[in-house]
Design a protein around this ligand. Structure first.
Ligand code: APR
Length: 240
């Protein structure tokens, strides 16, 4: 897979860079994707978008925790891959670097990325169902039985189906996308909005938009360049 001279030139001179990642960036670490490339998941006969929904939190919070604790169980042993490490290097390379992820696995942070804008929350945090106070729920830590602030039930601090994104996260990402010169779209099917709208905002602001994905997506046509392949193979090429 060739990186064009145009992209090399822009990569060398860009100051404001935005990266949007999806499940595909973690596929090579062993995290199943939701739709393309890896195997999709169901839990005890329930489709993903049923067990991972706001309605299920209302109906059966213990079942939701059982599902998330199962995912936390196997994610605890998962390590970042070369794509995560390359992206972490970019934060020191560009004057204004913004990393926006749809992933809840925390692998960007594990690879050394700072200030990650998490559009869909994080599986290593728990949030109060009433006061929204966020609690550290890292692997190996015993989760508090109730909110340490108000005593109400805790739920995963993850955006579930039927829920809004965390306040301010998308707005911040959209602002950065509207100002960036170079935008990378890595490992996302581009089917879920508003996240998939970020490359469109960057494109409308004349940024050079680059997709990294082994498959074409609905975003491919708006991209200036499509790098077809696995992120773990392609991204380290930028450090060569
Ligand atoms: N490198 C790059 N891309 C990859 C790789 C890889 N090694 N393996 C798979 N992909 C691509 C697939 O081709 C697909 O286009 O990653 C994409 C994964 O798509 P989805 O499974 O739809 O994941 P994502 O786009 O992150 O989903 C968005 O949907 O279900 C919700 O909240 C969930 O955050 C998620 C959101």
């Amino acid at each position: 897979m060739q990186i064009s001279g145009e992209l090399w030139r822009r990569f060398a001179h860009a100051r404001r860079v935005v990266v949007l990642t999806g499940a595909g960036v973690s596929a090579e670490s062993g995290v199943p994707t939701f739709r393309g490339g890896g195997n999709t998941t169901v839990w005890k006969g329930m489709p993903f978008d049923v067990i991972s929904s706001a309605a299920m939190v209302e109906r059966d919070l213990p079942a939701v925790w059982e599902w998330f604790d199962y995912r936390r169980g196997f994610m605890a042993a998962i390590e970042p891959n070369p794509a995560h490490y390359e992206i972490a290097r970019w934060q020191n390379r560009f004057a204004e670097f913004t990393l926006v992820t749809q992933n809840i696995d925390g692998l960007h942070q594990k690879a050394g990325s700072r200030d990650v804008t998490e559009l869909h929350g994080n599986i290593w945090r728990a949030r109060c169902t009433v006061c929204r106070f966020s609690h550290d729920n890292s692997s190996g830590m015993k989760r508090p039985d109730a909110c340490l602030e108000c005593g109400n039930f805790l739920r995963p601090d993850v955006v579930l189906f039927g829920e809004m994104l965390p306040p301010g996260a998308f707005e911040f990402a959209a602002e950065r996308a509207a100002e960036c010169e170079l935008c990378f779209v890595i490992g996302t099917s581009g089917l879920v909005y508003p996240a998939a709208g970020l490359p469109e905002i960057a494109k409308a602001a004349d940024a050079y938009v680059v997709e990294v994905n082994p498959e074409r997506t609905p975003l491919s046509d708006l991209c200036d360049e499509v790098l077809t392949g696995n992120a773990g193979d392609l991204l380290p090429l930028f450090s060569k």
